[in-house]
Design a protein around this ligand. Structure first.
Ligand code: NAD
Length: 427
């Protein structure tokens, strides 16, 4: 099929590259010309496991092209809208990018196409988009909602092996076109209304955030009651009705999906006069988890004035270079404001981290070893697998004090190796 993807960020680039890999002819469109220039010269504007080879091979074979020219949507049977929906100051998502794109499509599209909302948006946004398009387009068109469930770090795998694909539309024609597009994936397709599809996306992200906050609530209790949060959550999660995934304690969820989507969904509930206090409590607990971790450090180290703290990991999770709303930001800012000197290393997100205002006074180093060297304590903030290969003999030459915000190591082994090892929810 001929497909256009508007917005080539984490979602759009994955969608464009993977659809090309399935044999479709795809044009990726972005109004950020430096992004398009990078892509056209074979460079990736984001880091995502397994993405680069797919992009390069499909570009070589002529199935994948990138442009800044919105007119290039003409010729495509399907147009995916994958632009950002960042949070506004009131927590509601800023829909101006979606609105812009709808207007642009309205101005240039010359033939029937299925226009698909893939960005995460509040319920009834598709309806509003339809109005914009209807006022502008002279051709027939259909609108569909096909929410994205990818996880950064495993985006390519998530595309090829989804648990389910949600297709929301009131048009049998659009439904048939999208079902045909996704047929090679052999995944269950849920055919629903526009409104249900929009709510499925917000509802699943809010539920996953709730699982994480639930685990973090338990971590605080475990620390006081002498239990081990890892085994407690495993014991609860082994019940198939609950499930083990996204059920681990840590320094809180971050990234550009859970925090913003939870806020957006709270607004949706409130706009419909539905009590949102359950989800507000999820957010409150998450927001205080970074402070809880800093308090742990202070309770062990006392004053942090002029203390050197090596930080391993800045990205909001392993497998991505994404720094948006990463819990490392409030943690490092607080440690710095308490007088600590920070020496931070992340395998993939250093460039993005250097652009962050709150990080302007921290030192970036280029290896794990350099972060560890000469530090008074080591803090682990992202669960990058390579941190498991840490040379603990080397660490000990500088410090025996480790604060692990991701519970990466076996507590007994760390302690018998002589470390004062502090993790989350484990005594
Ligand atoms: P992103 O910021 O990485 O990418 C958005 C892209 O859209 C940018 O490259 C931007 O330049 C481009 N853009 C903006 N306006 C444009 C226009 N008028 N024309 C062409 N391009 C334009 O965002 P993302 O992380 O890919 O997220 C996109 C949407 O998908 C959001 O609604 C997000 O909530 C949702 N989502 C994201 C994830 C994720 O893990 N990142 C997962 C599921 C859903």
């Amino acid at each position: 099929m001929k497909v256009a993807v508007i917005g080539t960020g984490y979602v759009g680039l994955t969608q464009a590259a993977c659809l090309a890999e399935l044999g479709n002819e795809v044009i990726g469109i972005d109004n950020n010309s430096s992004k398009i220039q990078m892509l056209n010269s074979g460079e990736m504007p984001i880091y995502e496991n397994g993405m680069k080879p797919i992009v390069i091979s499909n570009m070589k074979e002529g199935r994948l092209k990138f442009t800044t020219d919105i007119n290039e949507i003409n010729g495509s049977q399907i147009i995916f809208i994958c632009v950002g929906t960042p949070p506004g100051s009131d927590g509601k998502p800023n829909l101006s990018y979606v609105e812009n794109v709808a207007n642009q499509i309205g101005n240039v599209l010359k033939h029937y196409a299925v226009i698909v909302e893939k960005s995460t948006v509040p319920v009834r946004t598709a309806d509003w988009m339809k109005l914009i398009l209807r006022n502008k387009l002279k051709t027939d068109f259909d609108v569909a909602v096909n929410p994205e469930f990818l996880r950064e770090g495993t985006a390519v795998d998530d595309f090829f092996y989804p648990d389910r694909i949600v297709v929301g539309t009131d048009s049998p024609k659009a439904d048939a076109v999208l079902s045909e597009l996704y047929k090679p994936l052999n995944a269950p397709i849920l055919h629903v209304s526009l409104e249900s599809a929009e709510l499925i996306k917000h509802g699943s992200n809010a539920f996953l955030a709730m699982k994480i906050s639930y685990a973090n609530m338990f971590s605080r209790l475990c620390e006081k009651a002498g239990a081990d949060v890892e085994t407690v959550m495993k014991g609860i999660g082994l019940d198939k009705r609950i499930g083990e995934s996204f059920f681990r304690a840590g320094i809180g969820y971050g990234g550009f999906c859970f925090p913003k989507d939870l806020d957006a969904f709270v607004s949706v509930l409130e706009d419909h006069n539905v009590d949102a206090s359950l989800l507000k409590a999820v957010k409150k607990l998450n927001d205080s988890q970074a402070e809880h971790f800093v308090n742990k450090i202070v309770s062990v180290m006392g004053s942090l004035k002029d203390k050197r703290i090596g930080v391993l990991g800045l990205a909001f999770k392993a497998g991505t270079d994404d720094m948006r709303l990463a819990p490392s930001i409030p943690i490092i800012s607080k440690l710095h404001s308490l007088g600590a000197n920070i020496y931070a290393y992340d395998p993939k997100s250093m460039d993005n981290a250097k652009a962050i205002d709150e990080f302007k006074n921290i030192n970036f180093v280029s290896s794990m070893c350099q972060a560890v060297e000469g530090c008074d304590a080591l803090a682990i903030l992202t669960e990058w697998p390579e941190f498991r290969d840490l040379d603990f003999n080397k660490v000990k030459e500088s410090t025996n004090l480790i604060f692990d915000g991701r519970n990466m190591f076996n507590i007994n082994r760390m302690r018998s190796a002589g470390f004062s090892y502090h993790s989350i929810g484990r005594k």
